[in-house]
Write a protein that binds this ligand. Structure first.
Ligand code: BGC
Length: 850
């Protein structure tokens, strides 16, 4: 069994040292800061950012309407699991939504919707380990709603990975109490989390009771739109007190039969050490805890440390979860020691993922975004079978499924945590057989990856969705977004370029690329009139167009994004076959039954796929797009101030976005995000089109004017494509992307989980777009276009076994190879090639760039 901290007083000092910026009580009530990147006004009431520290993300004041968003943004996690920032005394009640999710832990439930049977798989909300409340002299249990809140603040220390909460309140008897809490999801011990609570009786003397419990009565109910669907994923298997200060809860998911054990130790101490407390077990169905009581005099403080272990039957190197969790807690050191190790782990992580933008107010949101990426996927992901859920481990939107959003995260992970990136690609590899089955069932060859993926790789996209504006359940054909397979292939290729990981590529990556290529080759049909191949019945990234006005659910034909990327992929597939060592190529072509005629067809397709263009040379989003009606955006926006979800508004009015040249998000423009102008030129030329890069600016203008930005991914892509030509507008979109979750620009969706693609995308814009980092072949290219007004950018990355520190200003870039393998790397900066060996640095200037 663990020992209590030697001294509560010392513990607080250590906490104070650890936390970079402490919210002092007198600062809790101050007005929100008003710069564009911290939040202000109606968008983010109560946000109190200390501009002195870009490591602190804080909220002041209690605003029930804001709780959902704060909970998502104040999530603590470690890649194995994450817990929302709900206040520990809360339960789901319309204001609060405690949620804990383990990466890759899903369960399926069946419902009837609009007369149809629907089956949904969801990332499961696990028993709430956090629950802790208090009462005085047998009075009412404390909740934020049962008292008068005098001060309240939340602060996320991004450097230390600690969420701090301070609340002062007055109860119905006029007693004033100060409550301070720190919580963490351990970054070095992935199964461990902790909550320290200090309670100060400011002006009363009495008997304090603290209730510390594990609540397994939770269900998935974090998204209002899914409210009519079942959400009970857990059933209790056992609950017990397993040591005088320890309780254990064991549950199982009802369909996937994953067992989850949570074991909680609650210890009490005062300033000068452990303190005698009375304990009473409390148990109800789905609930186990202890009431711990002590006497407190006015001005006295008591500290309660809750340390919890979470294990599941998906874990490796355990006998079974209950034993593992109980033993983990029996061995667990004090809260202080755990915290120390946790903070050190975060420090190491930040050294690896360092980013600084001197003097820029955008640094805090950038770090917040990176922080949430690192909490969703970390070195603890490496041994798991999981992808990156689009909404993090922070909420229940998209039911925790894995979509194409990981496309925006791979560039960050490839160059910082390649093992993690590899593990995420292995998640896809394990689901290659399911993708092959899906293709075969649809009458195609190769591998057809699902638009939404969960446990076993089948298509998890819902077949009906609720339009909250009209209240109607509508058919959902978003599974037609077959371009997901292109994203998988693109991620594999980028990982390979960044790491040179031949073992992965030859054993796993190549097979996926070949099978995805095979799928596209089989779905493409020859159109003799045109003398070209077509890909029909798909959806592009723009989800508004599910079909043509007269065939609204059948998909659209020849989506330019899809077709151009297919051409890119087929060419990569040919290159893959060339690059594989002979024995492996023979092995693989034999295993896949890949005939030379098939490979020839890939070559032909990559030269003869049809790409639609408008009469003025602009790439058309899909065939027939130009025939659609123009939406009167000005009038529409006039009557609907927030027209981002134009699809929902139009449907509620009996209309449909299928009729209009109106997109939810970047579609054609995604091509400029994923490919340089040279690459795009190469692909289009190979296809036999003469395309002039001078058409890029009008193409951007054309689609910007017709996009509602209904997805947070849109602003990331738009910032990128505008960066070279319209820096000011690019920065506006970039600011919007930075605000996506902080200001909850979609009006309520952040509470359902962060938008991880957009978060990672902002870091990607910094790295690949503004700093101009590009990896091609054996060379690292640097073509910065850094907005000088943002100060100096510094960041660290890993490339081919080297640790590189980069510093970028508007006029210069400095690269320092801080250590790594002896082989020098090839660096190409604005056409000048140089080699860099470990220990060397190079400084390059760009005269003329502002
Ligand atoms: C976007 C998709 C995205 C999904 C999950 C949707 O709104 O249209 O592109 O994959 O959100 O983030």
């Amino acid at each position: 069994m663990g020992t209590a901290p030697a001294s509560g007083g010392i513990s607080h000092q250590r906490l104070a040292q650890i936390s970079r910026v402490l919210l002092r009580p007198h600062r809790l009530g101050r007005p929100p800061a008003g710069n564009v990147f911290s939040v202000s006004g109606a968008d983010g009431r109560g946000a109190a950012h200390d501009l002195q520290s870009a490591w602190a993300f804080a909220y002041a004041g209690y605003l029930p309407a804001e709780e959902g968003r704060r909970e998502a943004l104040c999530t603590v996690g470690n890649g194995y699991f994450a817990t929302r920032g709900a206040v520990p005394e809360s339960a789901r009640d319309g204001v609060h939504y405690p949620g804990t999710y383990a990466a890759g832990l899903y369960n399926r439930l069946i419902d009837t919707v609009a007369g149809e049977t629907v089956e949904n798989e969801s990332l499961v909300n696990l028993p709430n380990w956090l629950f802790l409340t208090l009462r005085i002299d047998g009075g009412r249990w404390f909740t934020m709603e049962s008292v008068t809140v005098l001060d309240h603040g939340l602060e996320l220390d991004l450097h230390a990975g600690i969420l701090r909460r301070v609340t002062r309140f007055r109860d119905g008897q006029g007693r004033t109490t100060r409550l301070e809490q720190w919580r963490f999801a351990h970054m070095a011990e992935p199964h461990v989390c902790g909550l320290r609570t200090t309670i100060t009786a400011e002006d009363w003397t009495g008997r304090l009771e603290v209730r510390s419990a594990i609540d397994a009565t939770v269900r998935n109910a974090g998204v209002l739109r899914y409210d009519s669907l079942s959400g009970r994923h857990l059933r209790q298997l056992a609950a017990a007190e397993c040591a005088p200060d320890t309780v254990l809860m064991v549950v199982e998911t009802v369909q996937s039969k994953v067992r989850i054990a949570e074991c909680a130790r609650t210890q009490v101490h005062r300033d000068n050490g452990p303190c005698a407390a009375e304990r009473r077990a409390v148990a109800d169905p789905g609930w186990i805890g202890q009431d711990v009581s002590v006497s407190l005099g006015a001005g006295e403080t008591v500290t309660v440390d809750k340390v919890v272990a979470i294990h599941t039957s998906r874990d490796r190197a355990i006998t079974e979860p209950a034993t593992a969790a109980a033993e983990c807690i029996a061995r667990a050191p004090s809260f202080d020691d755990l915290l120390d190790a946790h903070v050190r782990a975060w420090s190491r992580l930040w050294r690896r993922c360092w980013i600084d933008v001197n003097g820029s107010e955008m640094l805090r949101p950038i770090r917040l975004h990176l922080f949430h990426l690192l909490q969703t996927t970390s070195e603890h992901t490496v041994d798991l079978d999981t992808g990156i859920p689009a909404r993090g481990l922070h909420g229940e939107a998209y039911r925790g499924h894995v979509l194409w959003d990981e496309l925006f995260a791979f560039p960050i992970l490839n160059l910082r945590m390649p093992l993690v990136a590899r593990a995420l690609l292995r998640y896809r590899y394990r689901r290659l057989p399911a993708a092959r089955r899906a293709a075969a069932e649809a009458g195609h060859a190769g591998a057809m990856y699902p638009w939404q993926s969960g446990s076993d790789g089948r298509e998890e996209s819902q077949r009906r969705h609720l339009n909250p504006v009209s209240g109607r359940w509508l058919p959902d054909v978003s599974h037609r977004q077959r371009h997901i397979g292109l994203a998988v292939a693109y991620n594999i290729w980028q990982y390979y370029q960044a790491t040179g990981d031949e073992v992965f590529f030859s054993h796993y990556g190549a097979e996926m690329i070949l099978d995805i290529a095979r799928f596209w080759s089989s779905i493409a049909t020859y159109d003799p009139d045109r003398g070209r191949y077509s890909i029909r019945g798909v959806m592009g990234p723009d989800e508004f167009h599910t079909g043509y006005p007269d065939r609204p659910l059948d998909g659209i034909d020849n989506n330019a994004y899809t077709n151009v990327m297919v051409c890119w992929l087929l060419e990569r597939a040919l290159a893959t076959l060339d690059a594989l060592p002979d024995p492996r190529r023979l092995e693989l072509t034999d295993a896949l039954g890949l005939a030379p005629s098939e490979v020839q067809r890939w070559d032909e397709l990559s030269r003869k796929l049809y790409v639609p263009f408008h009469s003025d040379g602009i790439i058309s989003q899909f065939e027939g797009y130009e025939d659609l009606a123009e939406l009167d955006w000005e009038r529409y926006r006039g009557s609907h101030p927030d027209a981002r979800r134009l699809d929902r508004l139009l449907e509620a009015e009996g209309d449909s976005p299928n009729r209009y040249r109106a997109s939810k998000q970047a579609d054609v423009l995604m091509l400029f995000y994923l490919m340089s102008a040279d690459e795009l030129m190469y692909v289009l030329t190979r296809l036999g089109y003469s395309w002039d890069p001078a058409l890029i600016p009008p193409t951007i203008d054309y689609y910007l004017a017709r996009t509602s930005d209904g997805s947070t991914l849109s602003a990331v892509v738009h910032a990128w494509v505008l960066a070279r030509a319209h820096r000011h507008r690019a920065l506006e979109y970039f600011g919007e992307a930075l605000r996506s979750d902080i200001a909850d620009i979609q009006g309520g969706t952040t509470a359902e989980g962060i938008h991880l693609g957009a978060m990672a995308g902002t870091v990607d814009v910094i790295q690949r777009c503004f700093a101009g980092v590009e990896i091609r072949g054996e060379t690292l290219y640097l073509n910065p276009y850094w907005p000088a007004e943002l100060g100096t950018l510094e960041f660290t990355m890993r490339y081919r076994g080297h640790v590189l520190s980069l510093s970028v200003t508007g006029k210069q870039v400095r690269v320092w190879a801080r250590g790594g393998t002896p082989t020098p790397i090839r660096l190409c900066c604005r056409d000048s090639l140089t080699e860099l060996a470990p220990g060397q640095s190079v400084e390059l200037s760009f005269p003329g760039q502002a």
